[in-house]
Design a protein around this ligand. Structure first.
Ligand SMILES: [Zn+2]
Length: 255
């Protein structure tokens, strides 16, 4: 299976951004590790397959290939000169900055302003106290979320929006029966929808519910706003929809 590999141009953007943000250079292993930390959740199962030659993950191999191409284009210092360190050239750094856009420094708040502008405006806190807390997180399967997003090509199942970004389209995996207590929904693809951020929030807040015929109903007006898009390979189990309809997220818990 060599289908659905992350495109070379995307690997290039990731590498450029990673090196740029590491100050322009990093040893090979660190560059790859840092790319994985930042973009690992976008990598496909195909990217993780080993190459025939030495079983190195394909995306490592393809990133090295891209690095060589970038070297030929003058974006990276030639490998024989940089001794195992991947280093952006002047041109490479310019390319990174152009891609990132100018770094905007937010204006400092002026302290001289009259405090009576709006008596309700909160003062905030210039030096918030830090406390240590212990939390329990549910470990979700990235694979399930990534699978559902891939099946739908990161397109919202409610409105059809597909948010394009330089590192690939952005969508969210929304659990129908939430995972957390007291809902205890399962982390399986038949309990997950691929939604845009807006519809994810509305769905979690119970502003929308979905009938067994997959009609999306606006909870406020009671009117249908459309039909949930379906794709082969992603079946939605009706019992989760029913759970959502009967417990429609009154606590506003995000999932
Ligand atoms: Zn949407």
């Amino acid at each position: 299976m060599t289908s659905d590999l992350t495109p070379q141009r995307v690997l290039r953007q990731w590498l450029l951004t990673t090196l740029g943000e590491l100050g322009g250079s990093a040893p090979t292993a660190q560059a790859l590790r840092e790319m994985e930390r930042r973009y690992g959740s976008h990598l496909t199962p195909g990217d993780w397959e080993g190459t025939e030659r030495d079983n190195e993950p394909k995306w490592h191999n393809r990133t090295r290939f891209e690095r060589k191409k970038m070297e030929r284009e003058g974006l990276l210092v030639p490998a024989r000169e940089s001794r195992g360190v991947w280093r952006l050239t002047e041109t490479g750094s310019d390319e990174y900055r152009r891609y990132r856009g100018p770094i905007v420094v937010p204006p400092q708040p002026t302290m001289t302003r009259e405090r009576s502008i709006d008596p309700l405006q909160p003062d905030g806190n210039q030096s918030p106290t830090r406390i240590e807390v212990t939390t329990q997180r549910i470990v979700r399967s990235t694979a399930v979320a990534e699978y559902v997003k891939r099946v739908h090509d990161s397109t919202c199942q409610i409105c059809g929006t597909r948010l394009a970004t330089p590192t690939g389209a952005y969508a969210e995996a929304a659990h129908i029966q939430p995972l957390g207590h007291p809902h205890e929904g399962p982390d399986v693809s038949s309990n997950v929808l691929c939604l845009c951020p807006n519809h994810h929030v509305l769905f979690d807040l119970g502003m929308l519910h979905i009938t067994d015929d997959l009609i999306v109903i606006d909870q406020h007006s009671g009117t249908p706003i459309g039909r949930l898009a379906e794709r082969p390979g992603h079946e939605i189990e009706r019992r989760y929809l029913e759970y959502h309809r009967t417990h429609h997220g009154g606590d506003g818990e995000r999932s």
